[in-house]
Design a protein around this ligand. Structure first.
Ligand code: GLP
Length: 263
């Protein structure tokens, strides 16, 4: 895992946008795995800016989101469908009929999960997957205890996750209890995975997933088993890492060798 510690959240957004640009320039028809939450918003804003100034085109790209709440109409302001349209899709040149999210409104959730897995497979698999991380170490909505081999399925959200996400809804009671999420096993099939974490509230989850054991109690720790992961952290999120100095040294050497920031 490449651990990149940057001074602030804006630098994290810019570096993440650089990686998107690098992938989409090489593969204009790239399949992009997208995340919701507060963390990737800065990256999406940077991508919108670059798209509107002609530095990146998404016209041929396909996207798959990690997850969606069950029971919210997709037009609900807090659905992840609305989030993605408001924060990215409606501002860029992407073909929205190739922007996929699981449907939390389906009558047959199991069939919907199966359909979603098939769609990802038919698209040729995800080239670049962006992830945030929950304060309990979850990725997507794979809560602690999730099988590290899990596929897209329905999950019950923990109280902690619902509390964390209550800020978007007004009250914890309005946060749905269930979600459809890509499984940890689904996520691990992406070619390149970039996890973004900013702020001290993520420091413990970051320490656990990078330096702790691989355990289903910290679903993000499964990324240690993937050969191509970049963790982009701001100083706050990196606070508790024991080997911070070493990651910084490696980063300096690697940047000098490669002449670019992220390969
Ligand atoms: C939700 C999402 C995750 C996201 C997490 C952290 O639970 N399902 O994909 O990583 O929130 O969100 P934030 O970036 O707002 O801290």
């Amino acid at each position: 895992m490449r651990v990149v510690i940057l001074p602030d959240s804006q630098s994290v957004s810019i570096r993440a946008a650089d990686i998107f640009c690098f992938v989409v320039e090489q593969y204009p028809d790239a399949v992009l795995g997208l995340a919701t939450g507060g963390t990737p918003i800065g990256t999406y804003q940077e991508l919108i800016r670059r798209n509107q100034t002609g530095q990146i085109r998404f016209a041929e790209a396909t996207t798959f989101n990690l997850d969606e709440y069950v029971g919210l109409a997709r037009t609900h302001p807090q659905s992840y469908w609305s989030f993605m349209h408001n924060n990215l899709f409606s501002h860029i040149d992407i073909a929205t009929d190739r922007c996929y999210l699981p449907s939390g409104e389906s009558d047959d959730i199991q069939e919907e999960c199966h359909r979603y897995e098939e769609l990802i497979e038919q698209s040729g698999g995800i080239d670049l997957q962006i992830l945030g991380i929950g304060s309990d170490g979850h990725i997507g909505f794979n809560e602690p205890g999730s099988s590290l081999a899990s596929r897209t399925r329905i999950k019950a959200l923990t109280q902690r996750t619902r509390q964390d996400n209550a800020r978007f809804f007004g009250s914890i009671d309005d946060v749905p209890q269930l979600a459809i999420t890509m499984g940890v096993g689904t996520i691990l099939e992406a070619e390149l995975i970039v996890l973004l974490a900013t702020g001290e509230s993520k420091a413990e989850a970051v320490k656990n997933f990078i330096e702790g054991p691989v355990t289903s109690m910290v679903p993000a720790s499964a990324l240690q088993m993937h050969p191509n992961v970049i963790a982009l952290l701001d100083a706050g999120a990196a606070t508790l890492l024991q080997r911070r100095d070493y990651y910084n040294e490696v980063e300096q050497i690697q940047s000098a060798l490669e002449g670019n920031h992220f390969l």
